[in-house]
Design a protein around this ligand. Structure first.
Ligand code: NAD
Ligand code: IPM
Ligand code: MN
Length: 356
């Protein structure tokens, strides 16, 4: 298996290094894996004037799996569109047609106290946010900042979904629910937006093929509220690109920190891009304080999906759970009575338990 390691900017390299350590440990044990690194994001722009160099895209295309870190940084925010770090990630997702983004929200027993929500709200929580990843207002035209007839500036973006785009993510949602608790909640804004009216209609239609799966619908505002009121009502939440981006950051606090949330972006085959949900966190970069568990748990998702090795995925997840049960914490999840350690040490703790 060929893995492209694209660690990017800010805390990306620090946390991805810990995910790589886990893969290296499994390779020493016999897992057949080749890793190759390439620049992406702001660091690629600095080195060669483009955030997604041809060589990086080629490496990603040739890989069986991609481990992505994070990209961005304030210094790049005034660059022309197309040259900003985030654009590289969006292009990669679209070029590889990775339309289904899985963001598992699973409460870890040892971390209940790290959540800002009450124990009874989050204990035992296991929900999957399935975010459509290659369409919506992120990608559609027209877009831009223009002048209207009176010379005033106007910002324009277009929310757009084709029926087939909705249909394929719907099938993924229902199939996913069949492997879980047989419930899908589709989140839209059908009361106001025609795009979302179509979304709801197509979800309902596809749902008829899955009579064993219960389908409910929520408007995105009510979903945002329900996620913190009674999140355990959810099994699979399927939603559009923009809403999924926002709801998953919100949901991270159910687990305790955005530093805990992994994700898997998948297309038709086994290839996937695996990345933390968080960004490059410039406020804490380079200080050995970032939580690397989202990257390590993304490696577990890679082992499960691209390597088809659920046994190894479970081992990595168990090693993370035991590290937390033993009381080790990075700064974002530290609570009274636990021991604060750095990014590197957290990676080492997980590897030690993985190999024990
Ligand atoms: P962010 O996720 O980078 O940070 C939000 C907050 O969470 C910050 O306080 C940060 O310190 C904290 N945080 C994030 N990851 C953490 C970790 N692993 N451990 C501990 N704390 C962590 O979001 P932002 O501040 O809105 O964005 C910063 C930059 O990252 C921007 O340039 C943005 O465009 C980019 N971004 C990139 C990605 C990505 O590459 N996938 C995702 C989101 C944002
Ligand atoms: C994410 C990020 C990206 C997104 C940005 C960096 C383009 O926030 O993966 O959640 O909005 O999809
Ligand atoms: Mn996001």
């Amino acid at each position: 298996m060929k893995v492209a390691v694209l660690s990017g900017d800010g805390i990306g390299p620090e946390v991805t290094r810990q995910g790589v350590k886990v893969l290296e440990a499994l390779a020493r044990e016999g897992l057949a894996i080749e890793m190759e690194t390439a620049l992406i994001g702001g660091c690629a722009y600095d080195a060669g004037g483009h955030p997604l160099p041809e060589a990086t895209l080629a490496l990603a295309r040739a890989a069986d799996a991609i481990l992505f870190g994070a990209e961005g940084g304030f210094e790049y925010e005034t660059l022309p569109r197309g040259l900003r770090p985030g654009d590289a990630l969006l292009t990669l997702r679209q070029e590889l047609d990775l339309f289904a983004n899985f963001r598992p929200i699973v409460s870890v027993p040892a971390l209940i106290e790290a959540s800002t929500l009450k124990r009874e709200v989050v204990e035992g929580l296991d929900l999957m946010i399935l975010r459509e990843l290659t369409s919506d207002i992120y990608f559609a035209s027209p877009r831009g900042i223009e002048r209207d007839g009176r010379g005033e500036r106007v910002g324009v973006n277009t929310m757009r979904y084709t029926e087939s785009e909705i249909r394929r993510i719907a099938h993924v949602a229902f199939a996913t629910a069949r492997g879980r608790r047989h419930k899908v909640c589709s989140v839209d804004k059908a009361n106001v937006l025609e795009t979302m009216e179509l979304w709801r209609e197509v979800m309902t239609d596809v749902g008829r093929d899955y009579p064993d799966v219960e389908l409910t619908h929520l408007y995105v505002d009510a979903a945002a509220m329900s996620l913190v009121r009674y999140p355990k009502q959810f099994d699979v939440i399927v939603t559009a690109n923009l809403f999924g981006d926002i709801l998953s950051d919100e949901a991270s606090m159910l687990v305790g920190s955005i530093g805990m949330l992994p994700s898997a972006s998948i297309g038709a085959g086994r290839r996937g891009l695996f990345e933390p949900v968080h960004g490059c966190a410039p406020d804490i970069a380079g200080q050995d304080v970032a939580n690397p568990l989202a990257s390590i748990l993304s490696v577990a998702l890679m082992l499960r999906h691209s390597f088809r090795r659920p046994d190894l995925a479970v081992r990595v997840e168990d090693a993370v759970a035991r590290t937390l049960a033993d009381g080790y914490r990075t700064a974002d999840i530290v609570t009274p009575g636990t021991q604060r350690i750095g990014t590197e040490a957290m990676g080492d703790c997980v590897v030690a338990r993985l190999m024990a």
